[in-house]
Design a binder for this molecule. Structure first.
Ligand SMILES: [Zn+2]
Length: 201
């Protein structure tokens, strides 16, 4: 995506409607500075405003993002390009979150172990030991919770019976029996409980 091109196109469209940056900003509820940043290619309007601009100028969002009016053939090509780019971006983000989750898991388990060891090895009164163990349980629990939040929507699970791909609820995700790549989940489509394979996007 060429933001410069989109910006120039946005400016052209605005001038075509005989609007100043001020007037356009007023119409759609942003400042003239914001309009100017879009038109300079510094920022892309958020999706709600892209929808507004597309209606206002009578062009598609796809055309706004492409920075030009598209004929049918080009339209298809460009639409696919954006869909693919979006999917790739999502997959990249999902991978990043998975890596982060593994790091969080390792750190929390190590921290838990260290605290437990300290509590049991040091000559301390029993309540200190118990406190340390309890604290380490909390640390590990928090680590697991963070991991769940990070990975629950990273990718989808595939039902081995009907092939349905779905994102499990947080509850099913946390309490589902699992291996590294599979998790026992109830399929929302066929209702069977089975080990579903994790797929990225
Ligand atoms: Zn199923």
């Amino acid at each position: 995506m060429d933001m410069q091109k989109t910006g120039i196109f946005l400016a052209e469209l605005r001038k075509g409607e005989n609007l100043t940056q001020d007037e356009l900003g007023e119409k759609i509820g942003v400042t003239n500075k914001t309009v100017s940043r879009w038109e300079n290619g510094n920022y892309l309007p958020p999706v709600e405003l892209l929808q507004m601009l597309s209606k206002l100028y009578g062009v598609s969002i796809n055309e706004l993002l492409s920075g030009e009016r598209l004929n049918d053939e080009h339209y298809k090509e460009n639409a696919e390009e954006y869909i693919v780019a979006d999917l790739l971006k999502k997959r990249k983000e999902a991978k990043k979150r998975l890596v982060l989750a593994v790091i969080v898991a390792c750190i929390s388990v190590l921290a838990g172990l260290a605290i437990t060891l300290l509590g049991t090895l040091l000559p301390a009164p029993i309540w200190v030991t118990v406190g340390c163990v309890a604290f380490s349980v909390v640390v590990v629990g928090l680590g697991i919770a963070v991991c769940c939040v990070l990975t629950v929507d990273a990718g989808v699970y595939e039902c081995p019976h009907c092939g349905e791909k779905f994102v499990p609820s947080m509850k099913d995700f946390v309490f589902g029996v699992h291996t590294l790549t599979k998790r026992k989940l109830k399929c929302p489509n066929c209702g069977k409980k089975s080990f579903c394979k994790k797929k990225l996007s």
